[in-house]
Design a binder for this molecule. Sequence first.
Ligand SMILES: [Zn+2]
Length: 86
Amino acid sequence: MFFKRIVRAIKNIPWFLYESWTWEYESCKDCGKTFRVLWAVDDKTWKFVMGNAEGCFCVACFVKRANKVGLTLTKESFTIFEVFNP
Ligand SMILES: [Zn+2]
């Protein structure tokens, strides 16, 4: 599993570079990936997870940060969760 993940990540590098150059919308401040999901949480949840950090983060990075502070998110945690089709 570990090896497969590494291979997939490496295979994705050209696409990541291409999108980084061509994407005209927001990208994640943590991982740099482009947004395919629009999401939001209430202010209290954002503050608890992010402190005073501002900006755009992908949902995967937000979930990772929430786990780091001991918060388990559910779909009810999100006030907006929609597919972004530019
Ligand atoms: Zn991210």
